[in-house]
Design a protein around this ligand. Structure first.
Ligand code: PXP
Length: 251
């Protein structure tokens, strides 16, 4: 009997769990709980493939100390999100995460709004990418699904992009369809250039299937929805449900 017939024809899709929103709760009262290490262990035990965390310049959730603790206790993959600054480059070189996702950052924003402008900030991002490449840290650039921006990624030397799905997630009806097509086209284009494609932002139980169905996408980074869902069903169930949505989308 051919046991391969039931296998998914597409490459597996990994889930990076963004822990920032759990740490937001801790920082709201400066309590020791929810405990960071307990969080990492619970998320990994539930089947997440990577721990994603964003050390923001204003340190509103993740603290410097947390980054070192995650490095020590993470048994999957550590994906550190950070702005393109000298301070963050230095911290990344010291911490040695497996992956670094370079994101734009504005102090007044609620969350990461918009992708990195790799055209305007080409030199700065290239310099940072090269420094991290030399440390064998896999660099991902968080960008809009724009061909013009993807064209600059190879010149920068980043092996990975994370496509910003925020506009898609916030749109409805035809506007959402148009944005999905942009993400599909950008994924194909980047993959043809030999760039690994990840995606994330604003993904939830209703809008993830269409993104997870894009065959070039290799990883989704999700935080807010998973933490919100875990209030009702627990973190393990929340992750398992999302992994199932992702798996079903790949068949
Ligand atoms: N990917 C990146 C680069 C992000 O900055 C964020 C938000 O911190 C996410 C993914 C996850 O977004 P959300 O919390 O909306 O799932």
């Amino acid at each position: 009997m051919d046991t391969n017939t039931t296998k998914s024809p597409m490459a597996p899709l990994e889930l990076g769990f963004n822990i920032d929103h759990i740490i937001n709760i801790r920082q709201a009262r400066f309590t020791p709980y929810p405990d960071l290490i307990e969080t990492v262990k619970a998320v990994e035990a539930a089947g997440a493939d990577a721990i994603t965390l964003h050390l923001r310049e204003d340190r509103r959730h993740i603290q410097d100390d947390d980054v070192y603790k995650v490095r020590k206790h993470c048994n999957t993959r550590m994906n550190l999100e950070l702005a393109a600054t000298d301070e963050m480059t230095k911290i990344a070189c010291d911490v040695q995460p497996d992956d670094c996702c370079v994101v734009p950052e504005k102090r007044e924003e609620l969350t990461t709004e918009g992708g990195l402008d790799v055209i305007t900030h080409f030199d700065r991002i290239k310099k940072m990418t090269q420094t991290l490449n030399q440390q064998n840290i896999k660099v991902s650039l968080f960008i809009e699904p724009s061909i013009e921006h993807i064209k600059r990624v190879s010149d920068i030397g980043a092996p990975v992009i994370e496509l910003h799905t925020g506009t898609y997630a916030n749109a409805t009806g035809d506007a959402q369809k148009v944005e999905l097509e942009r993400i599909q086209y950008a994924s194909e284009f980047a993959s043809e250039q030999g760039i690994q494609v990840n995606a994330g932002h604003g993904l939830d139980n209703l809008n993830t299937t269409a993104i997870a169905s894009i065959p070039q996408i290799q990883e989704l980074n999700i935080g807010h929805y998973l933490v919100a869902r875990s209030v009702f069903v627990g973190i393990e169930q929340s992750i398992k449900e999302m992994k199932q949505i992702m798996l079903d989308a790949r068949v």
